[in-house]
Design a protein around this ligand. Structure first.
Ligand code: MN
Length: 228
């Protein structure tokens, strides 16, 4: 079998301490997973049906690369998030088994065109244009569970131009990593190569051209770059 036109490359994220890349299959994101962020967005916290959305796999930005300011927005927002990379997938994965599927952890930004999201929310429209644009998913190198284990409660911090913007600890998540995997696997067949953005704490705010961001999941991963 040959493809009719040249197939696109598989997006890959560097695996720390190796010369290998993690091949990205899909990017899943959870919304409103920290109560303080839900509050700043004037949204109710729901313990039952979390909001899930996707970004395209080729939206990743790796190697601390520059992020081009996206078109069609005047309100680009940062959302710092812990990233989970899956080695294996499945359907209806039990919470107790969920972490066995994790390959690695990292830190990333769920970049958001907040003005487009506000319009979408008001109209009851999907969030794709607000969330799934090109280069909307900067992500750090991935750190393998085989090297660092599963991080316990970890501090998650974002600074922009040296100024603290977002800070939390990951045990403030409403849905834990295991619960997110469990819930997603009831909606989709998860696969090796899937990447999960696990939600952002309060403090989301504007990014402008020239801004330098520094994101850290303490003891696990760091990510920095410029908006150009
Ligand atoms: Mn987010």
């Amino acid at each position: 079998m040959t493809f009719a036109i040249a197939p696109h490359a598989i997006p890959g994220i560097p695996v720390a301490g190796t010369d290998m890349r993690f091949p990205v299959h899909r990017i899943y994101c959870i919304g409103r997973n920290y109560a303080d962020h839900a509050a700043e967005m004037c949204s109710a916290v729901e313990r039952v049906n979390p909001i899930f959305f996707n970004k395209p796999a080729d939206a990743i930005v790796i190697n601390n690369g520059d992020v081009p300011y996206p078109p069609a927005t005047k309100e680009l927002h940062h959302e710092v998030e812990m990233i989970v990379a899956l080695a294996t997938g499945g359907r209806d994965i039990a919470v107790a088994d969920a972490l066995d599927h994790v390959y690695a952890y990292g830190v990333g930004l769920d970049l958001t065109r907040r003005d487009l999201q506000s319009i979408a929310k008001a109209k009851g429209n999907p969030w794709d244009t607000a969330k799934g644009f090109d280069c909307s998913a900067p992500v750090s190198d991935l750190h393998r569970v085989s090297e660092i284990g599963h991080p316990g409660n970890s501090r998650l911090v974002l600074k922009v131009n040296g100024e603290l913007r977002q800070k939390t600890e990951t045990d403030m998540m409403i849905f834990s990593v295991a619960e997110i995997i469990h819930l997603l696997s009831g909606l989709f067949e998860l696969q090796s190569g899937d990447l999960i953005y696990t939600g952002t704490p309060a403090g989301v705010a504007l990014l402008e051209r020239g801004d330098r961001y520094h994101a850290e999941l303490e003891g696990v991963a760091t990510l920095e770059g410029h908006v150009i």
